[in-house]
Design a protein around this ligand. Structure first.
Ligand code: SF4
Length: 737
């Protein structure tokens, strides 16, 4: 305790995938302050503005404190037993009458590891359905598929240290200054110390990131597919590749092309890869000239030539950075693959300060959604439900009959909401996320929920657009009101203890799920003691990881430190760089680099051509529409919207426009405009020459504002491989309102 009587505890930040280390000040049973932990290896004492106001996010006036049950159009208070008995009876009824695949759970990359693990075990191992999805489907699914099909293992080989010691950073459609602010500050710190550091911002919109970049390269939506192929074309044409590296570490593949973008319900095409030789790959790449790419991407051919030379410059440590611009893309997997192709061709991978780094959106999209496997196809530690051996291993650890785990992939996110509309999904439990504000083509799914086509349970800490359509609302404990573990972008798991009591009758999501398990006669799946609950669950979960290259440490190890990056070695040390003999325990000294999870220890270079987006501007809808995040608010602002300082700083979503476009339409700054797509419309104030400036023909807005359901306009087309929808491009028209 310090002289003010504040007791400080440790936790990772509640918000983004950066995973800043935070000190939490508690006095009289309340959080009274938070600050960046100076000993925190992620953020070195810094927080962004959201992190500084973490405490206030928990103390909004309308915090949910009691269970509520729908009676007609009203939500009325209920006891926990009444609410849970009702949920259990609805789940039982659906399972009995329609089978286990008629129920589902929709969770979050903000679930703790314990919450995600409980959901997976209950639904996949108990109820017998793989209808378990996280909102991470909307942000990281494309990255996951590309990690798996390129390296045979999910998550990056590099880490944040690369931001401190690299000297060339190429950003593909990522506004790091606002979406990953503390990582961007590490990059800028490096730049201020090292004059060689070069930051190149390739994007469809000028942002705060652009202000600090050495160069901004304007790109048209979907242009990344063309530009990345053309950079590889130049590298191949001019023999700028590292031949020895390619021969030793790479194999070549061609995937399945022309798969539809999942616009029709129940469409689930499969990829059938074919092997290629290096020569065949080179031949296939010949048409992708810089001039060809210029027409599709808007990036001048000479810039593409320059980028190819930069990527292959032997005197430079080159890093690629990307996030939602690449992932929320009807060809998100392909773009991830194409970025890896450049690093694999040039050998700029698996080195200190030189790696591709896929940035994560949520605090435990990695630790929970990906590693625990809360996706409809996944099991813990990169395993999948479709694989018999994986089901068997899972069943052994869980002590259940392997037949209990269904071999059929569950409903992915968009299909889950479509299944409600079709009347096939009878019960859905939503925890720790707000899909009825955030999913694309929202009206279709809101209408289905409002028509009470399914029984919907929502666990959250405040009323949201999703609690509006719920049949039962459950008050949840948040962040340090419970014990937890999050895993961030750089494979770092961070543990925290419960520091304060939740308000009223709020309970943690794990407890809520176990109460359902007990009522369904599945309480035996959770045999952990009250005192050793988290440790015992962790040690069971950890069994999945041992010997897989994703090894986690004993629970106690995390209690003492500010996180550990896996695979954790037998001596308790973390791994900063994977696949390399100087750091990764799975590579023997002298082996150098070894992609030991990939077939034949070789990573895959994929031939991935250009394909047009699902929807493009035309005479009726002439603008590209892109939605995303901004600095002050987290996702749908369920928490940050309750912090007066953040609300004042950014009270409403606006529509960023290029000044020339605005002028043509007679729109001035702050004018009200009506933005419409083929799916819906919304009224926003125009923002011209504000924080961000989209390229001509493009507009941008943010999805935090619950009074403006901007994702209603987005198309619910998705990547056929990752099933991740494209929030970054559809066609809209703009009129003065
Ligand atoms: Fe760090 Fe992200 Fe939290 Fe900001 S929101 S303090 S960048 S973890």
């Amino acid at each position: 305790a310090d002289d003010k009587g504040i007791k400080w505890g440790k936790a990772p930040c509640r918000y983004c995938g950066v995973g800043c280390c935070v000190l939490v000040g508690v006095k009289d049973g309340k959080i009274v302050a938070t600050k960046g932990d100076p000993a925190g290896p992620v953020n070195k004492g810094l927080n962004c503005i959201k992190g500084y106001f973490l405490a206030k996010a928990l103390y909004g006036k309308d915090r949910l404190t009691t269970p509520l049950i729908r009676k007609g159009n009203k939500m009325v208070p209920a006891t926990w037993d009444e609410a849970l008995d009702l949920i259990a009876s609805k789940y039982k009824e659906a399972i009995t009458n329609h089978g286990p695949d008629s129920v589902a759970i929709y969770g979050s990359g903000q679930w703790t590891v314990f919450e995600g693990y409980t959901a997976v075990k209950l639904f996949k191992g108990g109820i017998g359905t793989n209808n378990v999805e996280p909102n991470a489907r909307l942000c990281m699914a494309s990255a996951v598929v590309a990690f798996m099909n390129t390296f045979g293992s999910d998550e990056p080989m590099g880490c944040y240290d690369d931001l401190d010691i690299g000297d060339t950073f190429i950003l593909w459609g990522a506004n790091m200054a606002e979406a990953h602010p503390i990582l961007f500050s590490r990059l800028i710190d490096n730049k201020l110390k090292n004059p060689k550091v070069k930051i190149i911002d390739i994007a469809t919109r000028r942002t705060r990131t652009t202000q600090m970049a050495d160069e901004y390269i304007a790109m048209q939506p979907q242009g990344d597919l063309a530009a990345l192929n053309a950079i590889a074309h130049v590298i191949l044409r001019d023999k700028l590749y590292d031949e020895a590296f390619v021969n030793k570490h790479v194999s070549f593949k061609r995937g399945t092309e022309n798969q539809p973008y999942g616009l029709k319900d129940k469409e689930a095409p499969k990829e059938e890869p074919k092997p290629l030789t290096f020569e065949q790959y080179k031949e296939l790449m010949k048409p992708f000239t810089p001039e060809w790419a210029e027409k599709l991407s808007g990036i001048p051919a000479r810039k593409i030539e320059e980028l190819a030379r930069l990527y292959s410059d032997k005197s430079r440590k080159v890093n690629s950075l990307w996030t939602m611009g690449v992932n929320q893309h009807v060809r998100g997997v392909w773009v991830n693959n194409l970025i890896y192709n450049l690093h694999l061709l040039t050998g700029k991978i698996g080195k200190k300060g030189e790696n591709p780094l896929s940035l994560t959106g949520q605090p435990s999209a990695c630790g929970t959604a990906r590693e625990v496997g809360t996706f409809a196809h996944r099991l813990p530690a990169d395993m999948v439900v479709m694989n018999e051996a994986h089901r068997k291993k899972t069943a052994e650890i869980w002590g259940i009959d392997p037949k209990k785990i269904s071999p059929k992939m569950g409903l992915h996110t968009i299909e889950m909401y479509r299944a409600i509309d079709r009347g096939e999904l009878k019960c859905l439990w939503i925890q720790c996320t707000n899909p009825f504000q955030s999913i694309p083509n929202l009206s279709r799914y809101r209408k289905a929920a409002e028509a009470r086509k399914a029984f919907i349970v929502v666990s959250d800490i405040y009323p949201t657009k999703s609690t509006e359509v719920a049949d039962v609302i459950l008050p949840s404990a948040s962040w340090v009101e419970k014990e937890g573990m999050y895993g961030n972008t750089e494979r770092r798991n961070q543990q925290w203890f419960k520091l304060v009591e939740p308000p009223g009758q709020a309970k943690e999501d794990t407890w809520q799920l176990i109460q359902l398990a007990k009522r369904l006669g599945m309480g035996h799946l959770f045999p952990y003691s009250e005192k050793g609950f988290y440790k015992e669950m962790w040690e069971e979960y950890r069994k999945f990881t041992i010997g897989t290259g994703k090894d986690l440490a004993p629970y106690e190890a995390y209690q003492k430190v500010r996180g550990l990056r896996w695979p954790v070695k037998a001596n308790g040390q973390e791994t900063r760089w994977r696949y390399v003999d100087f750091d990764d325990p799975y590579v023997k000294p002298g082996e150098g680099l070894k992609f030991y999870k990939a077939p034949g220890n070789k990573a895959s270079i994929w031939f991935r051509p250009y394909e047009a987006p699902a929807e493009s501007p035309d005479k009726d809808y002439p603008f590209w529409y892109c939605t995303g995040r901004l600095l002050e608010h987290w996702h749908t602002a369920t928490m940050t919207g309750r912090v007066p300082e953040l609300k004042r700083a950014m009270p409403e979503a606006t529509l960023e426009m290029h000044p020339d476009d605005a002028k043509k339409l007679g729109i001035r700054n702050r004018d009200k405009v009506k933005v419409s797509s083929r799916r819906g419309s919304v009224i926003l104030r125009a923002e011209i020459n504000g924080r961000g400036k989209p390229e001509k023909g493009n507009v941008f807005t943010t999805f935090f504002d619950e009074t403006k359901l901007i994702n209603d306009l987005c198309i619910d087309a998705f990547d056929p491989l990752s099933k991740e929808p494209d929030f970054k491009k559809c066609a809209v028209k703009i009129e003065k309102a």
